[in-house]
Design a protein around this ligand. Structure first.
Ligand code: SAM
Length: 277
């Protein structure tokens, strides 16, 4: 069978982006000319593609089948212990890059780092100019994040801790977090394959966001920044929580590609003691 025939008969199954990534992963190893659609598929390649298709048809997310996902033009190992990096998180990471560059920030905490996608992308961008710590409560996620950091030769410091517990007495120029923010009743479909502790938050998805807003100011340097990814319906309530706390100035809201408000950039109002890092 020719590759173009296989692609044509499976277009309805895979969205374009998944199809491209799938072909890249299956053909990358032996540098097959995947752009030439009349490539002949040998038995092994055909079997690989058909096996992936069967698992995908069961609803297993493609990155878990392939064991990797692209984020910020880098490849990250993912397993069922790690959340699959999302496009909207790239937008949050992009804003973090702007904030770091514009304000010449030096120390960053990535809270709830998962496979390390945010921290490693930032480190890849700024190299030695920043010190970045990535934390997670999940030891298994941290193990994968460390592998990813090794793969990209990114000098990230990893800490296994519950929220800010491991950072008493430390302050950062920027705290960035994509915390769990999915209300339990919304965890269905392919989300069920992802680690529940990476997704679920009570209080309509706001539990972690509120907790982080409550505590982050203690770990920010003077006028440090906090960037949070939020759920598509959280903007008003996050605005209210931040206003009630009175600890931050909201600098900007971040929209995703579907025009939903999916992130917020805040700046700490209070002066903090100098941090260790
Ligand atoms: C939504 S995922 C984000 C993963 C990754 N940063 C990303 O953007 O794809 C949230 C992460 O927070 C971690 N997490 C959950 N509860 C936590 C806690 N109490 N303290 C630290 N990390 C936590 C999860 O293990 C998960 O890796």
């Amino acid at each position: 069978m020719r590759l173009k025939n296989w692609i044509n008969s499976n277009r309805g199954i895979f969205p374009e982006r998944d199809l491209r990534f799938l072909l890249k992963c299956v053909f990358y190893g032996d540098r097959s000319p995947i752009l030439e659609n009349d490539t002949f598929l040998n038995q092994k390649k055909l079997c690989d593609l058909e096996k992936i298709k069967r698992l995908y048809a069961k609803g297993i997310p493609l990155p878990y089948i392939l064991g990797k996902e692209e984020f910020f033009a880098l490849e990250f190992k993912v397993t069922p212990d790690t959340l699959i990096p999302r496009k909207e998180t790239e937008l949050v990471t992009e804003r973090a890059i702007e904030i770091i560059a514009r304000n010449n920030l030096k120390t960053v905490l990535d809270l709830g780092g998962g496979c390390g996608n945010i921290a490693i992308s930032l480190k890849e961008f700024f190299k030695q100019k920043i010190t970045i710590v990535s934390s997670d409560i999940s030891f298994s996620a941290l193990r994968i994040a460390k592998e990813n950091a090794g793969q990209h030769s990114a000098g990230v410091i990893f800490v296994n801790t519950d929220l800010f517990n491991g950072f008493r007495g430390e302050c950062f120029d920027l705290i960035v977090s994509n915390p769990p923010y999915v209300a339990p009743e919304l965890i269905k479909g392919s989300l069920r394959y992802e680690p529940r502790e990476a997704l679920e938050a009570s209080n309509d998805g706001l539990w972690f966001i509120e907790k982080i807003l409550n505590q982050a100011h203690l770990y920010l340097k003077k006028e440090g920044y906090l960037i949070l990814e939020i759920g598509y319906n959280h903007k008003q309530r996050v605005n209210r929580i931040a206003a009630n706390l009175g600890l931050y100035k909201i600098v900007e809201w971040i929209k995703d590609y579907s025009n939903h408000w999916r992130g917020v950039i805040l700046k700490g109002k209070r002066q903090k003691a100098k941090g260790k890092r």
